[in-house]
Design a protein around this ligand. Structure first.
Ligand code: SF4
Ligand code: SF4
Length: 332
């Protein structure tokens, strides 16, 4: 029987991958509290039906690897500066798609452990890619508290970071990161800043959130919400920008997560250039029609209506329907 692997060893392997905040749940929890996910489902999940289908798996962290003896939780900081113009996209999408990049880092940590101890332990890495509730697990591991913006916040680095988990058969020593205490206090800055009133009772009302509407929502965005978009065309960081703990945010944990682009560059990306321009980036996942729909809404919300015309005349059905909803063109 292998002795517990000390946290210092795990930490060194993770640091080599740019992973900066860590906790180990050992033994891993068998079942999580259903209250959070059931509230989310009851509030409405729009086009994210997969959340309902994967409810039970999300409540049982070991579904992915029943033989796991530990869950390693890690955070990867992303670029804290917006790196865009008046037309805005989420900071996490500034560079390469974090899903593959972060998952590969975790997998390499698992491989390194197996190699050092010469035991072929099975591992599974998850970064928003499997029915695993990384945020709840990270809270249990003490990586932070769930703020009024419904995000995991660290008193040392704020919330500009991605969360990932490595389930492993390796006998990792338990480690609590020690930041579970709620430090929102009387602050309500994120709720006040949210332009669509999507933050209620420490939950995000999915169908009002700009992040959901620009990334997951398939159809036309209702005008009453669209006019409050404040220029966002992929995701939204306003409730993070408002959070005072983000003044402690450090640099990105991997240079591939960084990048910048101005309004002119984004508006020039046409159908031929879309795949090439956004190759390897999360933005490519929404596809070209939703990208153009989002730009139309973003321009509209900024009052830049003259710039909407080229998007509409391109003739994409979704964009034309969105233009009708916004009153930029008339029926018939
Ligand atoms: S991401 Fe934007 S729209 Fe969504 S809750 Fe935060 S501030 Fe509101
Ligand atoms: S802005 Fe204030 S209330 Fe919102 S998550 Fe940050 S500390 Fe908490």
């Amino acid at each position: 029987m292998t002795a517990s692997i000390r946290f210092a060893e795990i930490s060194a392997l993770c640091a080599a991958e740019g992973l900066q905040a860590l906790a180990v749940l050992a033994p891993p929890p068998q079942e999580l509290d259903a209250a959070g996910i059931d509230a989310l489902l009851a509030d409405g999940i729009g086009d994210m039906g997969w959340l309902k289908r994967t409810r039970n798996a999300r409540l049982h962290p070991l579904t992915m690897l029943p033989s796991a003896r530990a869950i390693l939780l890690a955070a990867l900081p992303y670029q804290p500066s917006p790196g865009c113009g008046e037309l805005r996209r989420a900071r996490y999408a500034a560079g390469k798609d974090y899903h593959n990049l972060f998952r590969a880092k975790l997998a390499r940590v698992g491989d390194a452990l197996a190699s050092r101890h010469q035991i072929d332990w099975q591992t599974r890495a998850a970064v928003d890619s499997a029915p695993l509730n990384e945020r709840t697990l990270a809270r249990l591991g003490g990586l932070g508290w769930i703020g009024r913006n419904a995000l995991l916040i660290s008193p040392e680095t704020g919330s500009y970071r991605l969360l990932g988990a490595l389930l492993t058969e390796a006998p990792l020593a338990a480690h609590q990161a020690g930041h579970a205490q709620d430090r929102c206090g009387s602050c309500t800055a994120c709720e006040t800043r949210c332009p669509t009133a999507a933050l209620v009772g420490r939950r995000v009302l999915t169908e009002r959130c700009i992040s959901y509407l620009t990334i997951e929502h398939q159809g036309v965005i209702p005008r009453a919400l669209a006019e409050r978009f404040a220029g966002w065309w992929f995701g939204c960081d306003l409730c993070q920008e408002a959070c005072p703990w983000n003044r402690f945010a450090g640099p990105a944990g991997d240079p591939r997560l960084t990048g910048s682009e101005d309004d002119r560059t984004v508006l020039q990306v046409d159908a031929d250039a879309f795949d090439r321009h956004f190759a390897g980036r999360a933005i490519r996942r929404i596809g070209y029609p939703r990208f153009r729909r989002n730009l139309l809404v973003a321009l509209f919300s900024l009052g830049r209506r003259a710039e909407c015309a080229p998007l509409i005349t391109e003739g994409l059905q979704l964009v034309v329907e969105q233009a009708l909803e916004l009153g930029l063109i008339a029926v018939g």
